[in-house]
Ligand binder design. Structure first.
Ligand SMILES: Nc1ncnc2c1ncn2[C@@H]1O[C@H](COP(=O)(O)OP(=O)(O)OP(=O)(O)O)[C@@H](O)[C@H]1O
Ligand SMILES: [Mg+2]
Length: 224
């Protein structure tokens, strides 16, 4: 069986006039279904860039990316978005909540991708609000929340539709350590139920919750 994720010779660079700045270089990576991977490395190493390629937010790279054997690199934008919506939950480093929607509405968005009827959506969102202790915040807009609360909503949005793969960029960077630990325990539980998790973290303790660490340095994968 092919691995869940297969990257072959993935490169990303920016061009400035005649020179090129490489952000990722010849990345070869296999991730199996059920892995819990932590991507680590210094600031600027390319961690977010790699996660955005995996999450199909970025299409300006070279190389091959197979997801469940399907060649993402040769798909158009529309097909990639369909694959993303069907299989992924993404926690952004900078939250990326929709400013004009309330907390409740932000959490409902991924469920609208899944053909889930309204009454069911209501009960799933209510359950997630409860789990994240955010029931009292459901009608507020993102700019009425603290940074940590926005981060929690960002995590809740990534898990609400029970996706096969969760990509999380520094998901606990703005949380108190005990809240961060709760999120790691939630990820571990989801992982034990079959969800594949790929997180970026600077925190050794968070990384240790996974089964595998990938080190990035200056765009190179150092150890696997
Ligand atoms: N538009 C751009 N032009 C040139 N370089 C860019 C551009 N966007 C990003 N980069 C570079 O890409 C590199 C990798 O950035 P990335 O956000 O992936 O780092 P990171 O490992 O996630 O860092 P951090 O831990 O600080 O989040 C950085 O050196 C950054 O300067
Ligand atoms: Mg980053």
């Amino acid at each position: 069986m092919s691995p869940l994720v297969q990257l072959r010779g993935v490169e990303k660079y920016f061009e400035h006039g005649v020179s090129r700045t490489y952000v990722l270089r010849q990345v070869n990576l296999d991730i199996a279904a059920g892995d819990f991977v932590s991507i680590m490395g210094p600031s600027g190493a390319g961690k977010s860039t790699l996660l955005h390629i995996l999450g199909m937010h970025d299409a300006t790279w070279r190389g091959e990316y197979f997801l469940m054997g399907r060649p993402i690199h040769s798909m158009g934008k529309k097909d990639r978005m369909e694959v993303y919506k069907a299989h992924f939950g993404f926690v952004f480093q900078s939250y990326h909540l929709l400013d004009s929607l309330t907390v409740y509405e932000n959490l409902e968005v991924p469920l609208t991708y899944r053909n889930i009827k309204r009454s069911e959506r209501e009960s799933i969102v209510a359950d997630v609000l409860d789990r994240f202790q955010m029931v009292g915040k459901k009608d507020l807009f993102p700019n009425q929340l603290s940074g940590g609360q926005q981060q929690l909503v960002g995590i809740a949005r990534a898990v609400v539709s029970n996706p096969q793969i969760i990509l999380a960029d520094e998901p606990t960077g703005n949380l108190h350590s005990s809240q961060g630990e709760e999120i790691m325990q939630m990820f571990k539980k989801l992982n034990s139920e079959g969800t594949t998790i790929i997180q970026v973290t600077h925190n050794e303790k968070n990384a240790a919750h996974g089964n595998r660490i990938i080190q990035l340095r200056d765009g190179w994968v150092e150890t696997q």
